[in-house]
Design a protein around this ligand. Structure first.
Ligand SMILES: [Mg+2]
Length: 219
């Protein structure tokens, strides 16, 4: 089956992860303990069955491990982590060739999607990648994190395609490639390493992805 849509992870896929680490340092350095427990909670949540009210549940897990009041932790996470991160991200620059590929695919009539574990909207604006997407959302909205199949199935639904008609591009083997292939999507794995586990496409630059994609595309 030929591909009718291409979807992307954001962090580490549309821009270099290094930028995120540098930019988020301000909020991490200011709140190292909170950030540590936040990361730990995300790992726990990845194994969860459906949870009601994602952000509140997440705050509850953090509060438990920090032995703090859940309501207070919820507010802290919202302000110090989510809001601060978003502000820091205005300096993001996409990988070379990303915009060109996205513009080209859009012009050729392919559907485009973005699925990230974090809210994507502001990042797409800062990356100068706004207005291309048939679906752009966070797995938090579905109340699951990758590599759970639910966010990927929701992506297919929002792109109005079958999972097999979508090629998902990501930089995390564990979360992106395993998650997307588990629902039947084709996968493109961004990795600079010499030897990597299998994906339908392995690429290290967007010029290379554009070239390798042609086998899967119809036109
Ligand atoms: Mg990523």
């Amino acid at each position: 089956m030929k591909i009718k849509g291409i979807a992307f992870d954001i962090d580490g896929t549309l821009y270099h992860n290094r930028q995120m680490y540098i930019l988020s340092t301000t909020s991490f350095v200011a709140n190292p303990k909170l950030a540590y427990h936040f990361s730990k909670a995300r790992k726990t949540i990845r194994t969860y069955e459906k949870i009601e009210n994602f952000r509140k549940t997440q705050a509850g897990i953090i509060a438990q491990t920090m032995k703090k009041d859940p309501e207070q932790i919820y507010k802290l996470v919202e302000i110090r982590l989510y809001k601060k991160w978003v502000r820091a991200f205005r300096f993001l620059r996409p990988y070379r060739g990303v915009r060109k590929l996205v513009v080209d695919l859009k012009a050729r009539g392919y559907k485009l999607g973005v699925l990230s574990d974090f809210p994507p909207q502001k990042k797409l604006t800062y990356l100068n990648l706004e207005g291309f997407w048939d679906a752009a959302f966070s797995s938090e909205e579905v109340e699951y994190l990758k590599p759970r199949p639910e966010p990927f199935l929701e992506l297919a639904k929002r792109m109005e395609l079958k999972p097999e008609e979508i090629l998902y591009v990501g930089n995390s083997y564990k979360y992106d490639i395993i998650g997307a292939s588990s629902v039947g999507m084709k996968t493109a794995y961004l990795s600079k390493k010499e030897s990597v586990p299998p994906a339908d496409i392995v690429f290290s630059s967007y010029e290379q992805l554009a070239e390798k994609l042609s086998v899967f595309l119809d036109d």
